[in-house]
Write a protein that binds this ligand. Structure first.
Ligand code: SAH
Length: 406
């Protein structure tokens, strides 16, 4: 077997040598012959020197995603990397990286795409259930190998596939939600499962919940709340299933008002509060956050801690200014219901809004209503969502914990 070969520009070859995982269609000189979407190709730089092996999708602008280095340990007799051995090696490495930490939880991200050298693959573990996302044609083509590893190494009760999102349709793939393992899943795998995180337990609906069921990437922010002592009332805006509400209550807050527009999320939030014996201290409210904040301010409500964790205000650079204006407005409204000296946990999950943009939006939104902000800590996701230094886009989540002056 010979691999299709593709010649790329010197700059792209150098970027790959430095660890960049992508090559765009515009950086390609020639395809020696056009590969099928997802096929492995040999990537050649100046003087036709091999810079590594990628999987290709000639239909997308992000045409090549690097998978193996030129020295990829295990090669067959024809010089082509042995994919099973190489993929398993990467998956083993991703797993042992996670085992270096003690997150005190059975819920964590095991594989995070390019950051684990496995572009297009996301694997989240929720106790004995695993959720996998195959987001590119390249990973779709390697699904059987990945599944073989998941089942043999992790010995899960079930593996659920949630391959969805715009990225996948750009790759020419349909969205898929299905149990991959066992082949004919027992009905009892469908209802939500319970995970534990520190002192709390949560219901996680891997089949019907948002994303893969739970916002694993906010663990550091939940821990930030759990590590403090609160006494007053909390307003959890964009609460989903209550990760922040319950963390604040566990840290001593007396009552949490949890606002979300999704009835389904709030149902799970209520169940989560019951599961932790906190049911009487949570008030779920189905509303749009902007409207709720305006009305709460009119009613004169005040909270000692306000949490803002909205969905991405923008997914594209061109709408950045509008997103920042929206964020400023959100912070002005939140400031109106914050007690003097109250705390603010604010987050942004768009890589077009960097942590300094979020901070500026918070400062200027609060200044508009005459209030100041003192930063206590700034952070992103835990180490189960590593960033790639060469890819600024991988830095997508920013959180600021601050105290708001009178
Ligand atoms: N804080 C949550 C995650 C929030 S994700 C956690 O840590 O688990 C964003 C949430 O905002 C989703 O649950 C979504 O249903 C909700 N949402 C989106 N737009 C909204 C709006 N305008 N008003 C209220 N909730 C909204």
């Amino acid at each position: 077997m010979t691999l299709p070969r593709v010649h790329v520009q010197a700059r792209a070859a150098e970027a790959v040598r430095q660890g960049h995982p992508w090559i765009f269609a515009s950086q390609i000189h020639t395809w020696e012959f056009e590969p099928k979407p997802g096929a492995l190709v040999e990537v050649l730089g100046p003087q036709s020197r091999c810079v590594g092996f990628a999987y290709a999708n000639p239909r997308t602008t992000l045409a090549l995603r690097m998978l193996y280095t030129p020295s990829a340990g295990q090669r067959g007799p024809d010089g082509v990397p042995e994919e099973r051995t190489e993929l398993f090696r990467k998956l083993d490495r991703a797993r042992s990286r996670r085992q270096e930490y003690n997150w005190d939880t059975d819920a964590f991200r095991l594989v995070w795409s390019e950051a684990d050298g496995l572009p297009g693959l996301v694997v989240d573990c929720f106790g004995d259930r695993v959720v996998a996302q195959f987001l590119t044609a390249g990973m779709e083509a390697r699904k059987a190998l990945v599944l073989e590893w998941l089942v043999s190494r992790l010995k899960p009760r079930g593996v659920f596939e949630r391959s969805e999102g715009v990225g996948r349709s750009r790759e020419g793939l349909q969205p898929v939600r299905q149990w991959l393992y066992p082949a004919s899943p027992a009905e009892e795998l469908n209802p939500p499962a319970v995970i534990s995180e520190g002192p709390l337990r949560f219901w996680v609906d891997v089949v019907g919940g948002q994303k893969t069921g739970f916002y694993l990437d906010q663990r550091a922010a939940r821990r930030c709340l759990q590590g403090r002592a609160f006494s007053g009332n909390v307003l959890d805006c964009f609460a989903y299933t209550g990760g922040f509400s319950l963390s604040a209550l566990q840290a001593g807050a007396s009552r949490a008002v949890a606002v979300d527009s999704s009835a389904r999320a709030l149902e799970t939030l209520r169940a989560n509060a019951e599961l932790n014996g906190l049911g009487s201290r949570v008030q779920p409210i189905r509303a749009k956050v902007f409207d709720f904040l305006t009305q709460a301010a009119q009613r004169g409500e005040k909270y000692g801690l306000v949490i803002l964790d909205p969905p991405a205000f923008t997914r594209s650079r061109e709408h950045r200014e509008r997103a920042l204006a929206g964020l400023r407005d959100l912070h002005s409204r939140a400031g109106l219901v914050l007690e003097p000296g109250g705390y603010l946990l604010t987050c942004s999950c768009s890589h077009h809004v960097a942590s300094k943009d979020l901070l500026h939006a918070a400062i200027s939104g609060l200044r508009r209503i005459g209030r100041s902000l003192k930063v206590k800590s700034q952070f992103g996701p835990d180490a189960d969502h590593p960033e790639i230094m060469q890819v600024p886009e991988s830095r997508y989540l920013a959180c600021v914990f601050a105290q708001v002056g009178p």
